[in-house]
Ligand binder design. Structure first.
Ligand code: N01
Length: 852
C-alpha cells in the first residue's frame, strides 16, 4: 500500500476516528487518520480545564463495539473526569494498535475532489498530498473554539486561557485575581474549582444557564443492575431511544398534574443527578411553553434556595427562554460558589465589557485589573471544524460557500456536490442532542457498511441527490418547528457566532427515529443517493421522510396498540369504539359558551351543539358537519376542532348531528345537512348570529355533507353562503383515485375502511349522484369561495385535490392547502400534534376572510 494513496482519509482521532480506523482495518480498507493534536482523545484531549467531566453517565458514555472493554475497564465514577476519559481513549487505541494508523500533529490544509480520478486529494500541514477514494470528517461538533468577539482581546498582556484549549500541565490560580467570561457548561464546571484557588474571582455572565447538580459518586445502581442483567438489551434500547440513553419516555403532561405533585416528581429527578432526568419527567417539556415553565420555575426556585444573596440568585436565574433550548449544564457546587465572599457575578446586560485592557477589563463604569483571564466563550459548533478547511467539491464549489446560509446535508452524513465525503455526527444528524457515543457508533457503522456495500457492487462514488437533500432539510425543519428550540439564542441555532446562519443545526427527531431512517435508506437501495462506478450508475432518487414527525409518532403508538380494524366491527361497535377514543383526547380550548339543542332535519329533529366565542356578537356562523364516514360521530364528536375554530376564527359554530347510515342511507345525510343549514339561516338573528354571514364547514364525510349543502343552497334559492371550508373531504365515491392506492394502509383511514363507509352509506348506483359525489356535479360555478384542505397521506387526497381544482376551473375562488406530511385525521388532533396547528390556523384565517 502506498501511504500517499489510500482508500480512506479520516480527520480526527477522537472516539469517532478511533472506532472508524478500527472498522476500516477490519474490513480491509487502507486508511490514514490525520490528527492535529499529539495524542488521541479529541474533545477529551483538548478540554483539560479544571472540573471537566462528561455529564452523561459512564454506564452510557462508553464504546459498545468491543465487549471486552466492559471487563477490562471500570469507571471510578458516575460522571467520569476528563483525565479518566482520556486514559480510556488511550487504552482503546493501545489495545487495538490504533496509534500506528494515526498521523499526529498533522492538520489538513486542503481537500479537493477530482471528478476525473474520482478521488480526493488531501493536503496536510506537513506538505504531503494524500489521494483517497473517501474522505471522512471525524472532527467533532465542539472542537473549534469560537473566535473572540469581545473588544480589546489582543491588548491584554497577562495569561489568557481558553477552556477548549487548556494547557496540558494545568494552571495554578492560587492567590490570583481571575476573570472568567462565559457561563456555559465549561464555565459552570470550572468556576467552583477556580474559586477554590483564586484570591478573587469575577464571573462575567451574558445569559444565565439552567444547571442541575451532578451528585458525583458511583454509577447509578439501577443502570448498573440493568447492564448486568442484559447488556445487549440495554444497549439496544439506548440505540433506539430519543437521546441515546435508555430512558422510558414520560407519558405525563406537566400541566396534567397538581403543582405539588409536579414539584415532588421534579425533586426526585433533581436528586438523581442525571442531565436528562428533569427534562424527561414530563412528556411536553420540549414542545409546550407552559409545560416547560413548570420545570424552569422549579430550577429557579432551587437557585433561590441555594444562593444567599437574592439579587445574585435572580441574576443567575434564567428567564426568557425555555429550559433545554440552550444546552442544560451539570455542576458541582456552581450556585454555592456565589456564596463565597471573594466571588462576584457581573451581569453583562447592565454592565457590558467596554474593552479588555492591557491589565484587566473595563466594564460598566468600572476598570478592574486581573492576573488571568479565562475565556469560556464556547465553540463555533457543528460546522466550524468542518468548514475550517476549504473542502472543494465538484466544480470548485466549497462547503463553506455552499453552507453560507446554513448547512445542507443528506442525513447529516453527506452533501450534494461532495461525492464520497462523509461527516460523523454532522449537522442534520442527532449529534449534540444525543449521547455522542451512541451517535458516533451508529455513523461509523453506517459509513463502514456503505463502503463495504459499494465495494461489493463495484461502485466508486456515492453522492446524495438534490431532491433527497432538500427533503432532508425540510424534514429537519419540520422536526425543529414543533419544538421550542427555534426562538432561543443558542449555539444549537448558530446564534453564538456573529454572522452564522440561524437554523437548528442538529436533527431533533431523536436517535432511534434517525437510526431507523438511515437503515431504511440502505435497505431501499441507498434511497436518495447516486452511485457510480466503472461498471454501472445507479440512482434511486427520493425523499426518505415527509410525514410530520409528531404524526409519525402517533401512528407508531397506534401500531403498538394492535387495535382491531374498524371495518371488522359492526356499526354499533364502531360507534362505541369511536366514542371511547374521543373520551381520552384533550378537550380543546374553552369557548364563550356551548349550548346543546335540536333543530328540524329533513325527517325529524336533529341534535346540534352551538359554540359561541367569548367576544361580543353578533358573530358570523358556520354550520359544521362532523366526520365519521356517515356511520359514526355526532354533533359533539368533533368538539376540540369546533372549539379551536370558534376561538381562532372568532365565529359561532353550529355542529349538526345528521342522520347516520346504515339505518339512514343516502341521501339522508345530504338532505339533513341542507335542512340544518336552512334552519340556521332562518333563525340566525334570533340565535344571536349575523344572518348575512353564514358559511358551511365539515371534515371528511362531513366535508362531503358541507360541499353538497353548498351546492343545494346554490340550486334551491339559498341561503346565500359566504364560504365553504372542506377539510379532507369525501368528494367522489364513483371511482378509485391514485391516493386510494398510495395511502391505502397505515394512515388510520384506510382504503378498506373507506369502502366500508361507502357500502353502509350508498348503493353503487347512487355514488355517481352529485349529492353523494359533489365532484361529479355538472356545474360547479356560482358556488361560494372555498378553502379545501387535503393531506399528503390521506387516501382521499386526490379526490379533495380534484374538487379544489374543479371549483377553481369553474371560477370559484379557492384556497387549496395541501397539508404536507399530514393524514386524514391528524389536522383535527387539537392540543395533541403541534404540527397540526399551522393548517388549523390557516383554516381559521380562511373563515375570517370569508366573513370579511
Ligand atoms: O460553551 P457555551 P461551553 N461576551 O457556548 C458566553 C459541551 N460541553 O464551552 O449564552 C460575553 O455553552 C455565552 O453567553 P451566551 C456542551 O454541549 C459539555 O461552555 O451566548 N459572553 C455562554 O455563557 C456545551 O453546551 C461538557 O449569551 C460570551 C458562554 O460564553 C458545549 O460543550 C462540558 C460571549 C459559552 O457557553 C459548549 O459549552 C463542557 C461574549 N462575546 C462543554 N461569547 C460536559 O459534558 C460567548 N459568551 C460536561
Amino acid at each position: 500500500m502506498s501511504r500517499s494513496d489510500v482508500d480512506v482519509v479520516v480527520v480526527g482521532a477522537g472516539f469517532a476516528g478511533l472506532y472508524l480506523l478500527h472498522e476500516l482495518r477490519e474490513n480491509g480498507f487502507s486508511s490514514r487518520v490525520l490528527e492535529t493534536g499529539d495524542d488521541v482523545g479529541g474533545t477529551w484531549y483538548w478540554n483539560r480545564y479544571p472540573g471537566a467531566r462528561c455529564d452523561i453517565s459512564t454506564t452510557d458514555y462508553q464504546f459498545t463495539w468491543d465487549p471486552e472493554l466492559h471487563d477490562e475497564w471500570s469507571w471510578s465514577e458516575k460522571h467520569a473526569t476528563q483525565p479518566e476519559i482520556l486514559r480510556y481513549a488511550q487504552h482503546v487505541a493501545r489495545k487495538h494498535d490504533l496509534y500506528s494508523g494515526i498521523d499526529f500533529e498533522t492538520r489538513v490544509v486542503g481537500a479537493v475532489w477530482s471528478d476525473e480520478s474520482r478521488k480526493w486529494t488531501i493536503t496536510t500541514s506537513k506538505g504531503e498530498n494524500i489521494t483517497c477514494r473517501h474522505y471522512v470528517m471525524a472532527t467533532g461538533c465542539l472542537s473549534m473554539p469560537k473566535e473572540p468577539d469581545i473588544p480589546g482581546t489582543d491588548r491584554y498582556k497577562g495569561p489568557v486561557y481558553v477552556t477548549g484549549r487548556w494547557p496540558h500541565d494545568g494552571v495554578d490560580f492560587t492567590g490570583q485575581r481571575v476573570a472568567v467570561i462565559g457561563t456555559g457548561s465549561s464555565a459552570i464546571q470550572s468556576i467552583p474549582l477556580i474559586a477554590e484557588q483564586a484570591a478573587e474571582l469575577v464571573v462575567f455572565q451574558r445569559t444565565p444557564n439552567f444547571s442541575v447538580p451532578a451528585h458525583n459518586g458511583p454509577q447509578p445502581a439501577d443502570r448498573v443492575a440493568r447492564l448486568r442483567e442484559d447488556r445487549g438489551a440495554y444497549e439496544a434500547e439506548a440505540r433506539l431511544s430519543t437521546s441515546g440513553v435508555p430512558i422510558q419516555p414520560s407519558t405525563t403532561s406537566a400541566l396534567a398534574v397538581a403543582p405539588d405533585t409536579a414539584r415532588e416528581m421534579l425533586e426526585t429527578a433533581w436528586q438523581r443527578g442525571e442531565l436528562l432526568a428533569l427534562g424527561a419527567t414530563f412528556m411536553d417539556v420540549g414542545i409546550s411553553r407552559p409545560a416547560n415553565e413548570v420545570v424552569s420555575d422549579f430550577i429557579r426556585s432551587k437557585i433561590a434556595s441555594i444562593v444567599k444573596d437574592p439579587k445574585t440568585a435572580e441574576l443567575l436565574s434564567p428567564r426568557g427562554y425555555p429550559f433545554g433550548t440552550k444546552r442544560p449544564c451539570m455542576d458541582t457546587n456552581y450556585y454555592q460558589t456565589f456564596n463565597l465572599p471573594h466571588v462576584r457575578l457581573v451581569d453583562l446586560n447592565t454592565d457590558p465589557i467596554r474593552s479588555i485592557t492591557e491589565t484587566g477589563i473595563d466594564f460598566g463604569s468600572e476598570s478592574r485589573e486581573f492576573d488571568a483571564i479565562v475565556y469560556a466563550t464556547g465553540f463555533d459548533a457543528m460546522t466550524g471544524a468542518i468548514v475550517a478547511v476549504d473542502i472543494e467539491g465538484r466544480d470548485g464549489m466549497t462547503l463553506k460557500k455552499k453552507w453560507a446560509n446554513g448547512p445542507l446535508t443528506y442525513l447529516g452524513l453527506t452533501s450534494v456536490g461532495f461525492p464520497n465525503l462523509f461527516m460523523i455526527t454532522g449537522p442534520g444528524s442527532p449529534s449534540v442532542l444525543s449521547n455522542m457515543m451512541v451517535s458516533i457508533e451508529q455513523h461509523v457503522e453506517w459509513i463502514r457498511d456503505t463502503l463495504v456495500s459499494m465495494r461489493e457492487e463495484g461502485f466508486e462514488t456515492i453522492e446524495p441527490t438534490p431532491r433527497a437533500e432538500e427533503g432532508w432539510r425540510a424534514h429537519c425543519e419540520d422536526c425543529a418547528s414543533i419544538t421550542l428550540f427555534q426562538d432561543t439564542n443558542s449555539w444549537y441555532m448558530g446564534a453564538n457566532v456573529p454572522g452564522k446562519p440561524r437554523v437548528l443545526f442538529p436533527y431533533i427527531g431523536g436517535v432511534g427515529r434517525y437510526r431507523k431512517i438511515c437503515d431504511e435508506v440502505t435497505a431501499r437501495g441507498f434511497l436518495g443517493f447516486e452511485l457510480t462506478g466503472s461498471v454501472a450508475t445507479r440512482c434511486n432518487d427520493g425523499v426518505v421522510r415527509e410525514i410530520q414527525p409528531d404524526v409519525e409518532s402517533v401512528l407508531e403508538m397506534m401500531a403498538t396498540l394492535g387495535l382491531p380494524p374498524i371495518e371488522a366491527m359492526s356499526p354499533v361497535e364502531a360507534r362505541a369504539f369511536s366514542e371511547a377514543s374521543s373520551a381520552v383526547r384533550p378537550p380543546g380550548p374553552a369557548v364563550g359558551e356551548m349550548i346543546d339543542g335540536s333543530l328540524p332535519g329533513e325527517a325529524g329533529p336533529l341534535e346540534y351543539r352551538l359554540y359561541r366565542p367569548a367576544s361580543g356578537g353578533p358573530h358570523p356562523v358556520v354550520v359544521y358537519f362532523h366526520g365519521g364516514g356517515w356511520v359514526f360521530g355526532s354533533h359533539v364528536s368533533d368538539d376540540p376542532l369546533c372549539r379551536d375554530l370558534c376561538v381562532q376564527a372568532d365565529v359561532a359554530i353550529v355542529s349538526v348531528n345528521y342522520r347516520h347510515a346504515p339505518e339512514d342511507r343516502f341521501p339522508a345525510a345530504a338532505l339533513d345537512g341542507y335542512a340544518a343549514l336552512r334552519w340556521v339561516a332562518a333563525n340566525a338573528a334570533s340565535l344571536g348570529f349575523d344572518p348575512a354571514r353564514i358559511a358551511v364547514a365539515g371534515w371528511s364525510a362531513g366535508g362531503n355533507v358541507a360541499a353538497v349543502a353548498a351546492q343545494m343552497a346554490r340550486d334551491n334559492g339559498g341561503p346565500e353562503l359566504r364560504g365553504q371550508l372542506l377539510l379532507t373531504p369525501v368528494t367522489d365515491g364513483s371511482r378509485q383515485h391514485q391516493s386510494h392506492t398510495d395511502n391505502a394502509d397505515g394512515y388510520i383511514l384506510t382504503k378498506s375502511l373507506m369502502e366500508w363507509f361507502w357500502n353502509h352509506y350508498a348503493d353503487p348506483a347512487d355514488r355517481s349522484n352529485p349529492l353523494a359525489s359533489p365532484l361529479l356535479a355538472p356545474d360547479l360555478s356560482g358556488l361560494p369561495p372555498a378553502m379545501v384542505v387535503t393531506a399528503q397521506y390521506d387516501p382521499l387526497r386526490d379526490e379533495g385535490d380534484a374538487y379544489a381544482e374543479a371549483l377553481s376551473a369553474a371560477g370559484v375562488h379557492v384556497e387549496h392547502l395541501r397539508a404536507k406530511g399530514h393524514t386524514h385525521t391528524s389536522i383535527t388532533m387539537v392540543d395533541m400534534l403541534p404540527s397540526s396547528v399551522p393548517p388549523r390556523r390557516a383554516m381559521a384565517s380562511a373563515l375570517r376572510r370569508f366573513f370579511g
